[in-house]
Write a protein that binds this ligand. Structure first.
Ligand code: B12
Length: 211
């Protein structure tokens, strides 16, 4: 029985229990935790692509993400700190915005690229983003806005990051249904992504080039 292949198959089906069991069995027969993680990341890359092409839908991706997190809990203690993450992303829905389904999908697919994602949650004031940049020193800050009325908060947050002298230290990616590429450019964001799959691709590319 190839437990590594089974990990990938169960993960793709979103079966948390079986994914976890097969991760444990794979470790028992001597597959390295790094090999298991790499295989899981490959699966998440496929998931991201399928989601982008509408071959997978929101509930399926959420279930797969849960299975990924359950399996990750088994291998995280085995990963040495320095090999644990390729980079760090701080993510949040801006002040006044309580929508988090899309943000959580973006977060999950970003985790699937091998980066650490610090989730500040919803209704995040600019000051909290600034504080998080100081604390976690992320490579990228990701902001979500689902309301036309909260789009202005994305712009305000970028200004606050600038005021705090931290703009050169991070790249910024923004998204959410009312946000557009033009808006992103106008307010000085580095990147915009229309969906979670594209966001993960952008992060993967950026981190790989700069790590
Ligand atoms: C679910 C929902 C809610 C839920 C949210 C639950 C939750 N936990 O998220 C609840 C009921 C709380 C809610 C409340 C409200 N909502 Co609402 N809501 C929706 C709804 C139906 C779905 C949103 C959603 O989750 N979509 C699915 C996800 C997967 O898609 P997504 O969020 O767009 O995310 C994708 C991309 O945008 C992108 N993305 C998202 N975030 C990010 C971040 C980054 C960094 C990147 C790169 C990409 C990215 O990737 C995601 C995945 O591919 C939409 C309508 C719609 N069909 O979109 C209205 C909608 C967004 N809501 C709306 C409104 C008006 C409200 C309320 C003001 C209603 C009210 N009068 O109280 C409140 C505001 C609450 C607040 N302060 O935020 C309007 C917004 C109109 C506008 N343009 O401003 C919409 C469009 C409905 C409508 N047609 O009128 N809502």
């Amino acid at each position: 029985m190839d437990y590594l292949i089974a990990v990938g198959e169960c993960l793709q089906r979103g079966n948390s229990g079986e994914t976890r069991e097969n991760v444990i069995k794979a470790l028992e027969v001597g597959v390295s935790h790094q090999e298991i993680l790499n295989h899981m990341l490959e699966v998440m890359e496929v998931v991201g692509r399928k989601f982008k092409k509408n071959e997978l839908f929101v509930p399926e991706v959420l279930i797969i993400g849960r299975a990924f997190n359950v399996a990750l809990e088994v291998i995280s203690p085995l990963l040495a700190v320095e090999e644990k993450y390729l980079g760090t992303v701080v993510i949040g829905a801006v002040k006044g915005d309580l929508h988090d389904i899309g943000k959580n999908l973006v977060k999950m697919l970003m985790v699937g690229t091998g980066v650490r994602v610090i989730d500040l949650g919803v209704d995040v004031p600019a000051a909290k983003f600034v504080e998080a940049i100081k604390t976690y020193e992320p490579d990228i800050v990701a902001m979500s806005s689902l309301l036309t009325t909260t789009m202005i908060q994305v712009s305000k947050t970028i200004k606050e990051i600038q005021k705090a002298g931290l703009r050169d230290k991070v790249k910024i990616i923004i998204g959410g249904a009312p946000v557009t590429n033009n808006y992103a450019k106008n307010i000085g964001s580095d990147f915009y992504a229309i969906d979670a799959g594209t966001a993960a691709e952008i992060v993967r590319e950026y981190i790989q080039k700069n790590s």
